[in-house]
Design a protein around this ligand. Structure first.
Ligand code: G3H
Ligand code: ZN
Length: 291
């Protein structure tokens, strides 16, 4: 810790800056508490990789908004890699503004359930607000299927991003990253993921705006590599870490003698388990030594 540079949080724009031209993606990893957050940072630091820590509105409410910022700032200050703190899939504009004021260095406004014009208007409102702060904005165009906390998009309602909509959306909103829908799904896949790489390639040709893949859990390594090759800059992984967390605690609890009551004994191993997941993803996304 002695010679660590004590960096502050970096924005999404800064952390994704070199991704496309250098051919790698930065992982956006969801956390819900101290152990998984510390594990994510530890895994990324071991690989000297930049990292994006993502808290949903639910996670922020559980941990506390200011507590979330304070905790991640403290963790970022103790490692020598770029760390971005991102509010994930937020649908409430007032909450997003509170998060920006509290010190998040990136937010996602998810107005994908709204019509195109409302999505543009709401996204632009957040982009304009964030301008006075050290904060980037991501927004979604099209609808990623599956379940992400309270956001549930059925197979019938999921819609792929239309390439023709992209230029206007990016220009009029002024976003720093664009979440696109091209076949990935939130949560566990019911069958083999079928990603529309042609659509991804087409979108990447149309815009320089960094592109985001949602629903990273369950995507095979070769598909991840293709995503990066065709222009994805940020890859979100949530469910896999949540499962890692609960599986580890469950296993530790079963292994513990009944008289053992120190939570650090069964929560502590979550850090190592989450760090292992992140290290594996960093190798696949190609972000090792980009820190
Ligand atoms: O925004 C979060 C991600 O898209 C996570 O997706 O839970 O399917 O890994 P996942
Ligand atoms: Zn997502």
């Amino acid at each position: 810790m002695g010679d660590v540079k004590m960096r502050g949080l970096v924005t999404l724009k800064e952390i994704l800056e070199n991704t496309r031209k250098e051919g790698y993606a930065v992982g956006g990893f969801n956390f819900n508490s101290y152990e998984d957050a510390q594990g994510i940072i530890n895994g990324a630091a071991e690989k000297n990789s930049p990292v994006i820590l993502m808290a949903s509105m639910g996670a922020c409410k559980y941990i506390g908004l200011h507590q979330t910022v304070g905790m991640i700032k403290g963790m970022a200050a103790s490692v020598d890699i770029p760390v971005c703190l991102h509010l994930d899939h937020a649908t409430d504009k007032d909450f997003i503004k509170e998060a920006i004021k509290a010190g998040f260095s990136s937010v996602m406004i998810d107005a994908s359930a709204q019509d195109f014009e409302t999505n543009i208007r709401d996204t632009k409102e957040i982009v304009d607000f964030a301008k006075d702060y050290h904060c980037s904005v991501e927004s979604e165009l099209g609808k990623v299927g599956g379940k992400e906390e309270n956001i549930v998009v059925s197979d019938e309602k999921a819609t792929f991003t239309q390439p023709a909509d992209v230029p206007r959306f990016v220009e009029e909103t002024g976003i720093d990253a664009l979440a696109i829908a091209f076949g990935s799904v939130h949560g566990f896949y019911k069958s083999e993921p079928k990603l529309d790489f042609e659509r991804l390639e087409e979108i990447a040709k149309i815009t320089d705006c960094p592109l985001v893949l949602h629903g990273g859990t369950g995507i095979p390594v070769e598909d991840f590599k293709k995503c990066v090759k065709y222009g994805i800059s940020k890859i979100n992984v949530g469910t896999e870490l949540k499962k890692t967390y609960t599986d580890t605690v469950r296993k530790m609890c079963n292994d513990l003698p009944e008289k053992e009551v120190d939570p650090r004994k069964y929560m502590g191993p979550v850090k190592d388990a989450c760090a292992e997941v992140v290290k594996g993803k960093v190798d696949v996304f190609g972000s090792a030594n980009k820190g």
